[in-house]
Design a protein around this ligand. Structure first.
Ligand SMILES: C[S@@+](CC[C@H](N)C(=O)[O-])C[C@H]1O[C@@H](n2cnc3c(N)ncnc32)[C@H](O)[C@@H]1O
Length: 301
């Protein structure tokens, strides 16, 4: 049924409802979650369109030449590793790029022979499944809440928050000016500016934003982009300013892993309490469970 016919059918149906019941019906239509499956489908389509737009503006590896440290760090990995952005390229997309010879899942261990080993993949964005997991299964209802994505990069956490949550304001803070411009392009094109704002800044200059946020998202923010001393300083700054009691912190990887090799003054047990998560949200789907298990939720004490 096309849109005008569907609209007529809904109005016709409303015309048959007992007049005294109409206010209750309209109230139900405004507040029910029974329509979620239809609107979510639409949100998935929007996010896929956004991924199309971003792919057209970025090189295949979705890393910019201005990201010297990220490029250098990937060469220092113990096994050959490539950047593959999980928001831009899902598994099916990677398969089709491999078939076209534009990407490879393997590298040759003995040059010229058929002996191969799997390449390591590093993503600097959440995939669509990870975003849905965060907003539908990790975080509670965000009505009236302010969310900050530290290191917002392509803006995926912000667009996901706009479409999958009722957060009143979503702030992205990103060090790299080129990525800020890309986010602005998407925010304007999809008219997200009523709830999303992007700041081109170092998070270590944003104390007020961190102090007032209800939810803070930190997806592998510092490891590939700062040297160890700067990572330690940034984490100390975060732990000093993310202090609002009851606010929520989502991290990848766990705080223990992120801080393991860094010299910080952070006392985790007096700062946060980990909230256990169930990673069985999509038991029948062919999803990367290991990636979901990297997502951790903490409540600020
Ligand atoms: C792994 S990406 C996270 C992407 C995004 N939040 C997501 O989950 O899809 C980390 C981003 O953090 C940015 N970043 C690193 N250090 C930062 C800092 N001190 N302040 C703001 N952004 C920073 C990097 O430029 C990079 O784009």
């Amino acid at each position: 049924m096309d849109f005008p016919s569907a609209q007529r059918a809904v109005l016709q149906l409303l015309g048959t409802v007992t007049p005294a019941e109409i206010p209750a019906l309209l109230q139900w239509m405004r507040s029910t979650r029974d329509f979620d499956e239809f609107t979510e489908d639409n949100s998935d389509v929007m996010l896929k369109n956004i991924a199309d737009d971003l792919r057209n503006c970025l090189p295949l590896e979705a890393v910019l030449s201005s990201e010297h440290l990220a490029l250098q760090k990937i060469q220092q990995q113990p096994e050959p590793t490539v950047h593959v952005d999980a928001f831009l390229y899902d598994e099916d997309f990677i398969d089709s790029l491999c078939e076209e010879g534009k990407m490879s899942r393997n590298y040759c261990t003995v040059c010229g022979s058929h002996q191969t080993a799997p390449l390591g993949f590093i993503s600097h964005s959440f995939s669509l499944v990870e975003l849905k997991f965060v907003y539908h299964h990790v975080l509670p209802d965000l009505s009236g809440k302010v969310l900050v994505d530290v290191g917002s990069r392509l803006g995926t956490v912000l667009y996901g928050g706009y479409l999958y949550s009722s957060a009143v304001q979503l702030y992205g803070v990103e060090l790299n000016g080129d990525f800020c411009q890309l986010q602005e392009m998407i925010i304007n094109k999809y008219q997200f500016s009523d709830r999303i704002k992007v700041l081109h800044a170092d998070i270590c200059t944003q104390s007020a934003l961190l102090q007032n946020a209800d939810v803070i998202i930190m997806n592998n923010v510092f490891e590939y982009f700062l040297n160890e001393a700067d990572q330690a300083r940034a984490w100390d700054y975060i732990s000093h300013n993310v202090r609002k009691q009851g606010s929520l912190l989502v991290t990848v990887p766990s705080l223990e892993d992120a801080l393991l090799d860094l010299q910080t003054n952070i006392q985790l047990s007096s700062w946060v309490e980990e909230v256990p998560l169930s990673y069985d949200a999509y038991p029948h789907k062919d999803i990367d469970r290991e990636a979901l298990e990297q997502i951790h939720l903490y409540k600020i004490l």
